[in-house]
Ligand binder design. Structure first.
Ligand code: TMP
Length: 205
């Protein structure tokens, strides 16, 4: 099973991923975690390039090519192998992020992203948790960090990214579960685990 977590900065994805990993492991499941861009050696180098602040302009097409180079490499060197071995793979972001950030946030064509996704022969997640938080709350939560290139984007940008995620969730209601990121860590943890358990039980027949 391939599970992804999505949400704008400061939505609490990492905490929930870690909690889900421990709960699934406690029940005897093999679990692998990945982050995008990144995870592989090549992917982590792309991540550094992608997030590094620069005075040069970075077009969303340039971003998409960097992201898809990392994504294809991850698929070939990590994702396919672990799914074949029946591990549960939990991703900290995946392709919905490209639609939300590059397409909704920066105006890149969705058809273009869908085209490179399909032509690269990439998978789609089985289940996605989208942790919804307002752009204002997100900014407040990350204010004390040193911000990377993407985190330094405007409030207007993050409003567009959030609207993108909500639209993706609406169009993929069977796959994407929208959660209120302002709920307590425990409430979120319980809802997420319940949903994963019910899908796992259903897949076992
Ligand atoms: P994070 O993993 O620390 O959240 O940082 C990854 C950053 O990259 C985050 O700002 C979102 C951005 N990103 C995109 O813009 N498009 C993508 O497809 C992915 C995977 C990430």
């Amino acid at each position: 099973m391939f599970i992804t977590f999505e949400g704008i900065e400061g939505s609490g994805k990492s905490t929930q991923i870690e909690l889900l990993r421990s709960s699934l492991k406690e029940e005897g499941n093999a679990v692998e975690i990945l982050r995008e861009p990144g995870t592989t050696q090549l992917g982590e180098k792309i991540r550094d390039i992608f997030l590094e602040k620069t005075n040069e302009k970075v077009d969303p097409i340039t971003e998409a090519f960097l992201l898809y180079a990392s994504r294809k490499h991850l698929d070939q060197n990590f994702l396919q192998e672990h799914l074949k071995n029946r591990s549960i793979v939990i991703a900290d972001r995946y392709s919905d992020a490209t639609i939300a950030y590059q397409c909704f946030g920066k105006g890149l064509s969705e058809d273009f992203v869908q085209y490179i996704h399909e032509k690269s022969g990439l998978l789609s997640p089985d289940l996605t948790f989208y942790l919804d938080i307002t752009a204002e709350a997100s900014k407040a939560r990350i204010d004390d960090r040193e911000l990377d290139r993407m985190e330094s984007e405007s409030l207007d940008f993050f409003n567009k990214v959030r609207a993108g995620y909500l639209e993706i969730a609406k169009l993929n209601a069977d796959r994407v579960i929208v959660l209120d990121a302002e709920l307590s860590v425990k409430d979120l943890q319980d809802q997420i685990f319940k949903e994963v358990k019910s899908r796992l039980d259903a897949s076992l027949g």
